[in-house]
Design a protein around this ligand. Structure first.
Ligand code: KG4
Ligand code: ZN
Length: 341
């Protein structure tokens, strides 16, 4: 089984070909950092236009890399949300057109499910149910992954996503865009104990995350400390919060097979290292996709498409593009949340 995956929900345009037995035949990606850098963040209209220009050449290139044509593909998987709606529409409509023209099924993939299942692309031994810490630019959630399409949300952020906190901290410190990798680099040269920063909700009885207060504390401390010490102290505070909340979720969710991290922030070595130690302490395997599979890409969309295709969960060809699309629709809304995609 060969699945063509398309991703266009934020500022990465990507196309990939993945097989049902976990071979990434091709993956192509074009970032838009340069286009958005002057604005210090992703501008939706610029992103949508850039996806229009980039997507078709990337699909052609990915098929060329794999030595395949559309006729060799068994299904087309496209991100149908959540994300910036203009970009999602570009990828989804392209996927529908290709599927229709080639007479192949379309799989409308939830971008978050792409992240959530990506660890199974690289680890064939990873079985359900696993505890997933999903940390990206738009999300910070703990999910019990019961199966394909079956997610139980244990915790979410009540304000900012963790990647967003990295990006805002980078902006405050003048480290540039995108912020996560820049903060991680600066932190290497800093002292994580130099700046006293809060650990919002650490030790709290409620399960959720909060990062807005941490970001504000960085803004207040900026100027009084070096960017390196601020970056290192910020990252240490983030790691503390993620660890504390994840440990709590492990307590509340017995019987999981592994601790898994995914999403752009999972590319961060300090975050990975701390979670790996927590998993070891609990006697659980730890699974984290390689960095290129943590940040947005189309291989994870193709893989989620392959998992859905194998389970008979295809279509529909009229699937809507969705700006918001929770993995666990039954989860209670939390205070402060619900304003972002
Ligand atoms: O998953 P992703 O590529 O896109 C979304 O779906 O949001 O995540 C992007 C986020 C950005 O906020 C970026 O700053 C953050 O992931 N990120 C990192 C690192 N690499 C990317 N944060 C911390 N350390 C990193 N090395
Ligand atoms: Zn993402």
């Amino acid at each position: 089984m060969i699945v063509l995956g398309l991703e266009s929900s934020c500022d990465e345009t990507a196309a990939a070909l993945v097989t049902g037995d976990r071979v990434v035949l091709a993956h192509r990606l074009l970032g838009q950092e340069a286009a958005h850098r002057p604005y210090g963040g992703v501008v939706p209209e610029i992103a949508a236009r850039a996806h229009v220009e980039a997507l078709e050449p990337l699909i052609v290139a990915a098929l060329g890399d794999a030595g395949l044509t559309l006729a060799d593909v068994d299904a087309v998987a496209a991100t149908a949300g959540p994300g910036l709606i203009g970009g999602v529409m570009v990828g989804l409509v392209t996927g529908k057109a290709l599927a229709h023209a080639a007479g192949k099924p379309l799989v409308a993939v939830n971008h978050l499910e792409g992240h959530a299942l990506s660890p199974r692309l690289v680890d064939p031994g990873l079985e359900f149910p696993y505890l997933l810490l999903l940390v990206s630019g738009g999300h910070c959630q703990l999910l019990r992954v019961e199966g394909v399409g079956r997610y139980s949300r244990l915790a979410t952020t009540i304000d900012d996503a963790v990647g967003e906190a990295f990006d805002k901290t980078a902006k405050i410190l003048g480290l540039g865009f995108p912020g996560g990798p820049a903060v991680e680099r600066a932190a290497l040269a800093g002292d994580p104990r130099a700046v006293p920063l809060p650990r919002p909700l650490k030790g709290s009885a409620e399960p959720h995350f909060s990062f807005a207060g941490l970001k504000s504390a960085v803004a207040r401390a900026a100027g009084a400390y070096s960017a390196e010490n601020l970056a290192a102290s910020f990252q240490a505070a983030v790691v503390d919060c993620l660890l504390d909340r994840t440990a709590r979720a492990l307590d509340a969710s017995p019987g999981v097979t592994a601790l898994v991290v995914a999403g752009g922030v999972a590319a961060n070595a300090a975050v990975r290292g701390a979670l790996e130690a927590l998993a070891a302490e609990r006697g659980l395997p730890f699974v984290a996709p390689p960095g290129w599979l943590c940040t947005d890409n189309a291989a994870m969309i193709a893989w989620a498409g392959a998992e859905r295709f194998a389970a008979g969960m295809i279509g529909p060809l009229d699937a809507p593009a969705r700006a918001r699309w929770p993995l666990d629709p039954t989860a209670e809304p939390v205070r402060g949340a619900g304003v972002k995609a």
